[in-house]
Write a protein that binds this ligand. Structure first.
Ligand code: MN9
Ligand code: PYR
Length: 310
């Protein structure tokens, strides 16, 4: 049945907008997550067409109305024009902010090149808060965030903050330290190290694991707020045990999607090529680990969450 199979695969890699409304409710009610970063790494934003990205953004904004606090749309692209189109669109649909990664094929050579690009994107949505999404391991653009932030508000008046997905806590700490007088958001994006980043002055977090460990992470944040560092560390270690376990099995966006399906019961579907679905072996191992750490209760599993196509 090679034909049927290829038809199935093709279909299953299309976007299923119909689950987004349900997923908003799940995140708010079950994970305590009310701020959403759309079309980023986990959402495979860079693997979608521009029209798909527009539709996904619209669906999140529409379904999140009166339920979510903020919906920030990632609008980074290799083409400045496409990025501007998405920025303008985000403003039109009433998103709360836009974020942009560094263009990663023909790369900016230095801070000034990168700022020049970001500035043009930000100008396409002059009323929207602008975030730079620093993720050097994926973009290959290693310009330090601390350097980029120096004087950025003069160039980009809507600059609101940084989503920092890197393990360099010297760079992150200096972003905070050098901008104390400004009301920037310093959003940390390495979930297994969030507690260290909080100590450095992170004002929030954006990450893939909050899809299914949102509640646990909120407990860590609450413990940190009440200065109960030993409880906060216990939560962080617990989260680390899970991430450390899956990293050893091979952990990426495909595996994240499978775990999201498993924990939420809402079918996330397979990733889009070149990514391949997570293996059954990975899913079984991850499930056993989630259970042994108490991250997955039996009631969560009542629907028998096998990944289905979407
Ligand atoms: C490379 C990547 O996907 N980074 C995510 C956020 O940016 C993180 O949330 C990680 O998935 C997470 O920290 C697990 O390593
Ligand atoms: C994890 C994250 O922040 C993203 O999907 O872009």
């Amino acid at each position: 049945m090679p034909k049927a199979q290829s038809g199935f695969k093709k279909l299953s890699r299309e976007i299923n907008l119909s689950v987004i409304g349900q997923y908003v409710d799940y995140l708010v009610e079950k994970q305590g997550v009310k701020n959403i970063f759309v079309n980023g790494t986990t959402g495979e934003g860079l693997s979608l067409s521009i029209s798909e990205r527009r539709r996904v953004a619209e669906e999140w904004v529409t379904k999140g109305r009166n339920k979510l606090d903020q919906v920030v749309i990632h609008v980074g692209a290799l083409s400045l024009k496409e990025s501007q189109e998405l920025a303008k669109h985000a403003a039109e649909i009433g998103a709360d902010g836009i974020a942009v990664i560094a263009p990663f094929f023909l790369k900016p050579q230095d801070k000034d090149d990168l700022i020049a690009f970001l500035k043009e994107v930000a100008a396409a949505a002059p009323a929207l808060p602008f975030y730079y999404y620093h993720i050097p391991a994926l973009t290959g653009v290693k310009i330090r965030a601390e350097e980029l932030l120096d004087g950025i508000q003069e160039k980009i008046p809507t600059f609101q903050g940084l989503k920092f997905s890197d393990t360099d806590l010297l760079d992150f700490g200096q972003c905070v330290d050098q901008n104390r007088q400004r009301q920037f958001a310093f959003l940390f994006g390495v979930d297994e190290q969030l507690l260290s980043a909080l100590v450095m002055g992170a004002t929030g977090a954006v990450g893939s694991t909050y899809n299914y460990l949102g509640q646990k992470t909120n407990q860590m944040l609450e413990a940190y707020e009440r200065k109960d560092l030993s409880s906060a560390l216990n939560y962080q270690f617990c989260i680390q045990r899970f991430i450390n376990f899956v990293v050893k099995l091979g952990f990426g966006v495909s595996q994240t999607k499978a775990i999201m399906t498993l924990v939420s019961g809402i079918p996330m579907g397979p990733p889009r090529l070149p990514l391949q679905r997570a293996s059954k072996e990975f899913i079984d191992n991850a499930e056993a680990k989630l259970k042994s750490l108490g991250f997955l209760s039996l009631t969560d599993l009542k629907n028998g969450n096998l990944e289905t196509s979407s």
